[in-house]
Design a protein around this ligand. Structure first.
Ligand SMILES: Nc1nc2c(c(=O)[nH]1)N[C@H]1C(S)=C(S)[C@@H](COP(=O)(O)OP(=O)(O)OC[C@H]3O[C@@H](n4cnc5c(N)ncnc54)[C@H](O)[C@@H]3O)O[C@H]1N2
Ligand code: MOO
Length: 414
């Protein structure tokens, strides 16, 4: 049997095969669609200034600062109240010198006014419940300088300034900024489209009761979720039996529809390894790790293709180790990468193969210290339910057969 390929070598080969995917087209997406987590393709300028007009930062009285400059506790200044301006459509009349206007937060500041005195600094104390017309006078007990509590146009962003940078991963606060600027569509990187092809005559979909020898398809839903969590989308998800002709048709369709074809199953040493037969342009190799040993990479129908082993844990581990960060990078997302942790108990591992055990965070960690991790479940690559208890993959190097409690290990967050 050919030598096993090192994990890092296979990672590098997958990254090289998929590097062209990083050349993403842009697409315009409406802001009200599902844009969260998507990546801004180019700098987005503000179409206009924000704030759009001079407005009040406080509920209070719009004044000329010089008219209230002398006001102080014990030395109040009283002004006639000439009217009211609310945060509502319309343009207020200019302020006459020596008068005040009741003003609400967000309301346009009348021309001629250059400061707002908060209501708390007047004899009105609060506007709460003060229905009806404005009182005829206001007594100011603390003066304010020119510009105080006045929000100038463009003080947040000026027209033409960048409001969202290229590469921004959209979160609610970015949506807020775009919406406030009146931006309705955003230029986003088109997500990589992946075909997820589960193979195996024993597979049944979730809506069918498995008969003897049948199992529900776990890899299709799992990899669809993994692909989406990595910022890509699933252009086709299909489960095919171990039938060369049906598989060939499915692969043709997958290559026609998607940027990347991903298969699971049918790649080890069994009698029905149809994936190997259907993919003449894919190199099949044994990678020196467990789970996830049998791997393939190459092309189908002109598209890059990866083949993952069928065991559900193996398929998921393969995604995390080989594909997750490459897919994220292609879509403009930062890597999840690896971290370090300290083992909560001793671990044994077979000689010669890098093991990716399932681990769960154990307790807290002192500031700056690596977190503790406990291995959960066994190493078997069919233990898909046990894997659901895990937070990370614990990476045990190939040459290591025992690790004591307290040993530092590399971990891959799930
Ligand atoms: N003689 C050898 N046998 C095996 C070897 C080997 O080197 N020599 N390698 C073992 C390893 S390691 C793995 S991993 C598996 C890989 O097998 P395949 O990729 O060919 O996958 P299948 O045989 O199709 O399935 C394996 C296992 O996983 C279940 N499965 C497959 N697909 C799904 C799915 N979508 N959802 C749920 N479960 C799935 C399938 O029923 C089998 O139980 O080969 C070992 N054997
Ligand atoms: O390498 Mo397989 O993926 O152990 O089960």
């Amino acid at each position: 049997m050919a030598d096993r390929v090192d994990v890092e070598q296979h990672r590098a080969d997958v990254a090289e095969l998929l590097a062209p995917l990083a050349d993403r087209p842009h697409e315009e997406v409406a802001l009200h669609q599902d844009v969260l987590g998507r990546v801004v393709a180019r700098d987005v300028p503000a179409p206009g200034a924000l704030p759009r007009f001079r407005n009040s930062q406080m509920d209070g009285f719009a004044v000329r600062a010089e008219d209230v400059a002398a006001a102080a506790p014990g030395v109040p200044v009283t002004l006639p109240v000439a009217g009211e301006v609310a945060a509502a459509p319309g343009r207020p009349a200019p302020l006459e010198p020596g008068t005040a206007v009741r003003i609400m937060t967000g309301a346009p500041v009348p021309a001629g006014a250059d400061a707002v005195v908060p209501v708390e600094d007047t004899d009105h104390v609060t506007f709460n419940g003060a229905a009806g017309g404005p009182a005829s006078t206001v007594t100011v007990v603390r003066g304010r300088g020119a510009g105080e509590y006045v929000r100038e146009p463009g003080s947040d962003v000026a027209a033409g300034d960048v409001v969202l940078r290229a590469g921004t991963v959209l979160a609610p606060h970015h949506v807020a900024a775009a919406a406030a600027c009146g931006i309705t569509r955003l230029p986003l990187l088109a997500p990589v489209s992946v075909a997820v092809v589960s193979t195996g005559s024993e597979l049944v979909p979730a809506d069918r009761e498995p008969g003897p020898g049948q199992v529900w398809d776990a890899n299709g839903p799992a990899l669809e979720a993994a692909v989406r969590a990595a910022g890509a989308r699933v252009g086709l998800r299909v489960s095919v039996p171990d039938d060369p002709e049906i598989l060939r048709v499915a692969l043709e369709r997958a290559a026609a529809l998607c940027d990347l074809v991903l298969t699971t199953g049918g790649v080890s040493q069994g009698a029905y390894e149809v994936v190997k037969d259907a993919l003449p342009e894919v190199t099949f190799r044994s990678v020196a790790m467990q789970p996830g040993g049998p791997q393939g990479l190459g092309r189908v129908g002109g598209r890059p293709a990866l083949t993952f082993p069928g065991n559900p844990v193996s398929a998921q581990v393969s995604f995390v180790v080989f594909l997750r960060d490459v897919l994220r990078a292609a879509g403009g997302l930062p890597p999840v990468g690896r971290g370090t942790a300290v083992l909560d108990g001793a671990v044994t591992s077979p000689q010669g193969r890098r093991q990716l055990l399932r681990g769960r965070w154990a307790g807290g960690a002192a500031d700056g210290a690596p977190r503790r991790v406990a291995v959960v479940g066994g190493p078997g690559s069919h233990l898909v339910a046990s894997m659901a208890a895990a937070d990370v993959l614990v990476d045990v190097p190939a040459g290591t057969t025992t690790l004591d409690a307290g040993a530092e290990v590399s971990v891959w967050p799930l």
